[in-house]
Design a protein around this ligand. Structure first.
Ligand SMILES: C[S@@+](CC[C@H](N)C(=O)[O-])C[C@H]1O[C@@H](n2cnc3c(N)ncnc32)[C@H](O)[C@@H]1O
Length: 352
């Protein structure tokens, strides 16, 4: 097996472990679940005023006069200034400008002053994207390593495992990768007469790095979309190195939904995230594409007692997501996730 040398300084978590040394899944420092991570990691720089807001035990920040925004004359040019300031910030410059613009349109009118508006937008962007990648370091080194391993399936598997630590959603799958891979394989294959020709992975994170475990034909076109350009760079390099047809693109799939007809759409652990800015967005996204099969999942960290409530909540969320859409829904077993397969209803046809 070819060895891949990473130009990453030793103990940094995302790419240092395992990538060079071993093909097995080594003990790891898993990031907390995204929802927990959102409160814990990679917190963007916020003003002292915004930090105080909403903190338990802290006096509430003074409520600004409601007419301040109007006095500042905030309007479209003011929103453009917020977008520019956010995109210039180190923690946010990798995000889709479309997403930043959309979040600004929703969040900025709620804040009286420019600085508050910028803080609000950053906070929301952290929740929908940055919170998932507390351990994503040196993405350029990752891309170099992937390219160096191109065509070497064993080396790419090892790299994929190492890199998947860098995103909370894929990191959660690693301890049970031996089970998740076959489970996904079964779900992708079950009941489908033909292997998928077009797979669309919406809000993909580093999910496409599971490709070595999915058994998809290399000529199946795999399209992956995320708002984080660093993830997209890694995923695109991986698709090429693995020899998979397709590509990864930076895209706000809510503001700019992916259309057409797909054999398989993956909407994994992404519904709460897409609905963060505006409720119902994930449903709009799903309605925009004509899929033969959709795999939609929600994260469940624990299968013990506390997960029961989450399961019930997410089952209701799935019902709401699919209501009136032409799909037949079945719950399927994927370790650590509450998963549903949506199959296009018989007679619904590709354009129903
Ligand atoms: C919970 S993670 C799930 C990642 C992946 N699907 C998985 O299961 O491993 C959600 C991902 O959605 C991305 N995201 C959030 N809002 C998005 C949007 N509007 N369009 C595209 N991607 C988005 C985030 O950057 C993040 O990587």
């Amino acid at each position: 097996m070819a060895r891949v040398r990473l130009r990453v300084p030793a103990p940094r978590p995302a790419f240092a472990t395992g990538a060079v040394a071993t093909a097995s899944i080594t003990p790891i420092d898993l990031p907390q679940a995204p929802h927990a991570a959102a409160a814990r990691v990679d917190t963007p720089p916020l003003s002292r005023r915004e930090k105080g807001r909403g903190s338990e035990g802290m006096p509430p920040a003074p409520t600004p006069a409601p007419h301040t925004a109007a006095r500042e004359g905030r309007s479209v040019p003011a929103h453009a200034r917020i977008v520019a300031e956010v995109l210039a910030a180190r923690h946010f410059r990798h995000l889709s400008p479309d997403l930043v613009t959309r979040v600004t349109a929703v969040e900025a009118p709620k804040a009286p002053r420019h600085a508050d508006a910028v803080d609000r937008v950053k906070r929301r962007l952290h929740q929908v994207a940055n919170a998932y990648v507390p351990a994503l370091h040196a993405p350029r080194d990752a891309i170099d390593a992937i390219r160096a391993a191109a065509g070497d399936a064993d080396a790419l598997r090892v790299l994929a495992v190492s890199l998947m630590h860098g995103h909370a959603s894929t990191a959660e799958r690693l301890p049970t990768l031996d089970l998740v891979g076959p489970a996904l394989r079964r779900v992708i294959g079950t009941g489908v007469d033909l292997p998928p020709r077009r797979v669309v992975d919406l809000a993909c994170g580093l999910n496409p790095l599971l490709l070595p475990w999915l058994g998809l034909p290399r000529d199946c076109t795999y399209e992956a979309y995320d708002v984080d350009a660093r993830l997209v760079g890694i995923v695109d390099a991986f698709l090429q190195a693995w020899g998979q047809s397709g590509s990864a693109s930076v895209r706000d799939v809510v503001g700019d939904p992916v259309g057409g007809t797909a054999d398989l759409v993956l909407l994994m652990k992404a519904v709460p995230c897409l609905d963060q800015v505006r409720a119902g967005s994930a449903r709009t996204v799903l309605s925009g594409i004509h899929a033969r099969r959709v795999i939609v999942t929600w994260p469940i960290q624990s299968l013990g007692g506390t997960a029961k409530g989450m399961r019930a909540t997410y089952r209701r969320a799935c019902d709401a997501l699919v209501a009136d859409l032409p799909y037949v829904v079945a719950e399927v077993a994927i370790p650590g996730e509450l998963a549903f397969v949506l199959d296009r209803a018989p007679g619904a046809g590709p354009d129903a």
